[in-house]
Design a protein around this ligand. Structure first.
Ligand SMILES: Nc1nc2c(c(=O)[nH]1)N[C@H]1C(S)=C(S)[C@@H](COP(=O)(O)O)O[C@H]1N2
Ligand SMILES: [Mo]
Length: 414
């Protein structure tokens, strides 16, 4: 791929003027409990198709859920978007772009993209990019932050060079402990903390931690981090620093705001209002699964034979199995799978794109819709290859991170 000598002009700017939304494609109801639930749908962001607008400045764009039914790879123009600050370069001059490697290294580097692409082998794999706050808007009681439904995740084939090869070019010092990453985006106010994230050295040197220059065979969309981003498959995308420009090797744990204060999970049960509880950084993802053939609240006909399918992912390992329970009757509230639940329907896993990607699942038998029902509830549960299954109830946390419980969808019978 020709990345050198290319200047990308991102059109009218990344933080669109509010007026542009008026020319959108209507509203989408995200079925969020406890708050306004409708969001505009617009194709008006550069290199993006129809996306759900959670925020304009900085751009927070959610993938409409039906996209996940169209294939396991999310097209680049439907891949979700999240930035913390709206000062994002709208034009990148690839010829002058440099990646600095410095800190506890023997030979600090300032690499052009051309040089970076030559540091080692290019590898490619599918991996789910999922915001730690995906599904945050579904938490009850409500928590602060972007009110995402479950579309703050996407799957792509990432191609890049191993971070380890880049680190080895600079020669990592014996006292190195963490590696810190920064992109070209900046806070709007001078004293706000630049968005920077760090990985422990062993994760930074892992076989599949890469600096990706391509996504599904094309250059990254500007909003997804053109020309280069960190990809840490299996870990939440807060670590997947976009428009990467600076790599710093540290000799101690990183105490910057985004590591020491933000993106942390309580290690003990907490309730709204609790303070000063112990926390650890969010890191690895857990298993998840979804029905995609039918939307929550969809209307089905009595007598119909439902063909049900969806997607699953294992988190930081592959998918072992997906179970599907169907309960008939009145709408059932969120909660554990009842102990008298019927035997799950048989589910087959489809083609495997590698352990970090979405896996399609299909229910092998048509599910009959009885004509005496008001509705039916479908629940799916993924168990990953480490034997970890989605929980049926999940502890609340104040930032709404790492949601992965079994989420029922209800179908209305007409
Ligand atoms: N440079 C930079 N990289 C970043 C962020 C950011 O604000 N700036 N946000 C992170 C977070 S929290 C998420 S969820 C992902 C989103 O990646 P995407 O926009 O490609 O979907 O980018 C990550 N990388
Ligand atoms: Mo995120």
């Amino acid at each position: 791929m020709e990345l050198d000598r290319r200047t990308l002009i991102a059109g009218a700017g990344l933080g669109l003027a509010g007026g542009a939304l008026a020319a959108g494609n209507g509203l989408v109801d995200l079925h969020l409990p406890g708050g306004p639930s409708e969001r505009p749908l617009t194709p008006r962001f550069p290199q993006k198709g129809d996306m759900i607008v959670q925020r304009v400045r900085p751009p927070l764009l959610e993938t409409p859920f039906e996209v996940f039914d169209q294939g396991t790879i999310t097209p680049n123009d439907r891949h979700f978007v999240r930035w913390h600050y709206s000062d994002i370069p709208t034009s990148i001059d690839v010829a002058s772009y440099r990646i600095a490697v410095h800190g506890a290294v023997k030979a600090p580097q300032s690499l052009s993209l051309g040089e970076l692409l030559k540091v080692g082998e290019h590898i490619e794999f599918a991996a789910v990019n999922q915001c730690a706050g995906n599904g945050r808007g579904l938490f009850e009681p409500r928590v602060a932050g972007a009110q995402w439904a479950n579309g703050a995740m996407s799957n792509a084939k990432w191609r890049g060079v191993r971070l380890r090869d880049v680190l080895d070019k600079a020669g990592v010092g014996a006292d190195a402990k963490f590696v810190r990453f920064k992109g070209l985006d900046k806070p709007l106010v001078a004293d706000a903390p630049h968005f920077i994230k760090s990985l422990p050295l062993d994760k930074a040197r892992a076989d599949d931690t890469i600096l990706a220059f391509a996504m599904n065979g094309e250059a990254l969309p500007v909003l997804n981090g053109f020309p280069l981003r960190l990809v840490v498959p299996g870990w939440f995308s807060t670590y997947w620093v976009k428009m990467l420009s600076d790599i710093e090797v540290l000799t101690a744990e990183d105490d910057n705001f985004w590591m020491a204060k933000a993106y942390r999970m309580p290690t003990v049960p907490v309730k709204p209002g609790d303070k000063d509880f112990p926390t650890v950084p969010v890191t690895a993802m857990g298993p998840r699964s979804f029905v995609t053939s039918h939307a929550d609240g969809a209307v089905v006909r009595a007598g119909e034979q439902l063909r049900v399918s969806g997607i699953a992912f294992g988190g930081d390992c592959g998918v072992k199995e997906v179970s599907l329970w169907v309960e008939a009757g009145k709408f059932l509230a969120e909660g554990p799978i009842p102990s008298d639940a019927p035997i799950p329907y048989p589910v087959s896993l489809q083609a495997d794109d590698g352990k970090f990607g979405f896996r399609k699942w299909v229910c092998d038998t048509p599910i009959p819709v009885s004509n005496v029902l008001e509705g039916m509830t479908l629940r799916t549960r993924c168990t990953n290859t480490d034997g970890v299954a989605q929980p049926s109830v999940q502890a609340w946390n104040p930032s709404g991170y790492a949601r992965n419980l079994v989420e029922p969808i209800t179908l209305r019978v007409a």
